[in-house]
Ligand binder design. Sequence first.
Ligand code: GLN
Length: 377
Amino acid sequence: MSKLPNVGTTIFTVMSALAAQHKAINLSQGFPDFDCSEILKQLVNEAMEQGHNQYAPMPGIMPLREAIAEKISNLYGQNVNPDTEITITPGGTYAIFTAIATCISAGDEVIIFEPAYDSYIPNVLVNGGVPVLIPLSYPDYHIDWQLVRSRITPRTKMIMLNTPHNPTGSILTEADIQELEKLVTEFNILILSDEVYEHLVYDGAKHLSILRYPALFRNSFVTFSFGKVFHITGWKMGYCVAPAHLMQEYRKVHQYLCFSVNTPMQYGITGFLKTPEHYLSLPAFFQQKRDHFLQLMADSRFTPLQSCGSYFQLMRYDRISDEGDKDFTIRITKEFGVASIPVSAFYQEGKDDHVVRFCFAKRTETLEKAVERLRKI
Ligand code: GLN
């Protein structure tokens, strides 16, 4: 028996395991190799000491939801009700699954752009939905809205967005938002917007959160990750924001999936959100890493594609080899000691443009050591 016969082990687990096995530098799975703030750890410890060690309320502790509402109001100008429109989740991937489980029934079509983060399609399939796959236009990975329009049917229930985009680093523009508004108003489609890299936008660009647009937010679930914002991917903390009528349904599913999220971390994060300086410094912090990585790689035989956001940098390797990208990433992990992600893993049919993804959320010395090896290829 299998509800997901064509699904294997996620590429992030596969490549991180291979990196560990060969003691390679791991630029594959997206996580920082530096620690989170000492203050944040201290705040969590204090919460434990103070006895915040039992179940949190099902939607999350109120002070955290209030702090998130304030952040949203400051950054995106949207007034979100912390009582009815925000739910704390164990990570961004969970937040996405729950939104799909809330809305998608057998036969419902969900528009997904490829390359797509690898959980999206299995999430839709396991809920009986039908993924409608639309390629992003290579090499800048923008959305072809004419194509989207042509794939809409009476069964189209939801469109999934991801900005900044994993794995390509592309971001939505004002023109994209206008096209989206036209579609959503005309066809009454739900939006699921994965914005876990909201603060990782470079070269002065602005993160166009769906939360900025009341006409879109009305139909949307928007998901976020504290893991990406506070360098704590191992804590598995995130949240979903949706208008009250959708959030009411979301919580019906959430309460029977995990009920609530761990309490002391919620208190710790609440305290840390009071210093916005941390997340406001992220664009400069990560842009410096991207630029340093690109500069070091300029002498290699890899060809970079444009990364406007996220902590990923795509590179073509067609000047090095004509191997398939899976073989290539396995070989360079084993032979050169640097692990990356083959971008074909983000396509259902394994489309292979000979592009690999490197995560640059790493210490300077890690990036320098990795590039020293990559230059030898
Ligand atoms: N989001 C991370 C990435 O793209 C991985 C998350 C995971 O391993 N589930 O690398």
